[in-house]
Write a new protein. Structure first.
Lengths: 182, 145
């Protein structure tokens, strides 16, 4: 059985060989989020975010492990994973979308809208994200920030901790893409 | 009166010390101290990635959240976003083991060369296109010379 799965994977790898020429990848993208309240500020960073852009279709996909967010205090990390995000049940957050009217050949920095679906904690939301795109000799840098409403993702925060966690979380990202090597 | 004040002061002092202890002891309780914890599993970087690719769920149940020791060949060393990262070769060139190194490892990492065989200990977080290890440190460094 395992052999068959292996063969299927091999075939999948071979079949999309030709398509990959317009693909760019980052395995070490950075996503950070901030919660500012009068009680405390919480900040977490994930430096191992995976993202692939396909410039032939201007599509972008992002995937990250929720338990790879690093907090200043381990208790925050524990609450985040065990109580709020439930990373055992929902280990990944993903985004799939398209960059609207993007020109991959332009050399100046462009500001574009990415429209797509974001999935966190098993809940999918349609969102629009503004991003700057820099083209540095065939590598691309995407930079931007946006806001998320905690309630939208069915994240339950106990009343006693409600003052510690902002209702709206700001999220920042920085992705440096390299050509996807074949 | 004087004595009562002393008792009140003493209790107050005790309360402050206790709350400081609780605050720093529990609230600032640090992440796993990787140097003191021994690895639960030893595996090569190639085996680790192939295991995740074949069956992510069962690989997660074995490795996720555990301190593991991975032996592999250095594919790349990067300092992107102020992180010190060592990538170990996976079973195919599409996949690798991403090791986010502790900041005290920087001098050792700078000496690493591509193709060198090394052992790294870290906390396995799971798999995307690559296996991800955080809080990593080099152990028992071997050179290919």
């Amino acid at each position: 059985m395992n052999k068959i799965i292996g063969i299927i994977f091999l075939l999948m790898n071979f079949t999309d060989f030709d398509v990959k020429s317009d693909q760019f990848i980052t395995r070490q993208g950075q996503v950070s989020f901030f919660s500012y309240t009068s009680v405390e500020n919480i900040e977490a960073k994930n430096n191992q975010v995976l993202s692939i852009i396909d410039f032939s279709k201007n599509e972008i996909a992002v995937s990250m492990l929720m338990n790879a967010f690093v907090f200043k205090k381990s208790l925050m990390h524990e609450h985040f994973n065990e109580s709020y995000i439930e990373s055992d049940l929902y280990p990944k957050a993903t985004f799939e979308g398209s960059i609207l009217d993007f020109d991959p050949l332009a050399t100046e920095t462009q500001t574009k809208i990415i429209k797509g679906e974001l999935t966190i904690h098993g809940i999918t939301k349609e969102i629009e994200i503004k991003t700057t795109i820099e083209n540095n000799n065939g590598t691309y840098l995407l930079n931007g920030d946006f806001e998320l409403i905690v309630k939208d993702f069915d994240i339950k925060i106990p009343p006693i901790l409600a003052p510690n966690i902002a209702k709206i979380i700001s999220v920042k990202f920085r992705f440096e893409y390299q050509p996807y090597e074949k | 009166m004087n004595r009562k004040n002393k008792i009140v002061l003493f209790l107050l002092g005790l309360f402050i010390v206790a709350s400081l202890y609780v605050y720093f002891g529990i609230y600032y309780h640090s992440y796993i101290d990787i140097e003191k914890v021994s690895a639960e599993v030893e595996i090569s970087s190639g085996e680790l990635t192939s295991f995740f690719i074949l069956n992510e769920k069962s690989a997660n149940s074995i490795y996720r959240g555990k301190v593991i020791e991975v032996e592999g060949i250095v594919k790349e060393v990067t300092f992107l976003n102020n992180r010190n990262t060592v990538l170990l070769q996976g079973d195919t060139k599409y996949s690798s083991v991403i090791c986010d190194m502790r900041s005290n490892q920087i001098e050792e990492i700078k000496k690493l060369k591509q193709g060198q065989k090394i052992k790294i200990k870290g906390v396995c977080k799971g798999f995307l296109k690559d296996a991800i290890l955080l809080n990593c440190m080099l152990i028992n460094k071997k050179s290919n010379e």
